[in-house]
Design a protein around this ligand. Sequence first.
Ligand code: URA
Length: 218
Amino acid sequence: MPDKRQLDLELSPGINSLAELAKAEHECTRCPLYKDATQAVPGEGRKSAHVMLVGEQPGDKEDLTGKPFVGPAGRVLDRALADAGIPRSEVFVTNAVKHFKHEMRGKRRLHKRPNAYEIERCKIWLETERALVKPVAIVALGATAARSLLGRAVTIAKVRGQTLRLADGTAAFVTIHPSWLLRMEDEADKEREYKNFVADLRPAAKVLSSSHKSRNAA
Ligand code: URA
């Protein structure tokens, strides 16, 4: 496992804190998504978290509140984190894309998956979050997060359960996006996949507990 201090990601020029990063994200016009969103949704959580969770993009509720994973998918994530033994207050939660991409269906704003260009344009903010927080391990929640972190498209079924290494040595685990569970209709399938999701989060729980032990021993 890489030492937090050995990580050497480039900071964006002039950004030395999460507050400065949030300001830059709020002013971002690097792709057109800012035009229809209420606001950018910066990552949130423990400043020196050993574990970072990366989702796809804010949803309707996140766009309105400015906070990541506070809507229905966030509730599934919170329950799974608790079942895996991960206090949300101990991790840093963010998204690959910081603005809500959607289309109008009547009065409803329906989520639209960000494309490769939007993921690429937003990567600078995720990389800056990584450079500031310096997590030891990152969990990619779904294909968009995996694509941003790994720089290539992956099939989740092929890589879940593995410990991958990002270019700088950070451990990465890929799992499903919690909103996938919300879309499942069959209760038995949903329960089985929920358990698999919790199992995918357990390696991150291990990282957290071993980092606690080394902190307490120091
Ligand atoms: N889905 C995401 O990927 N991120 C959020 O913040 C909310 C829903």
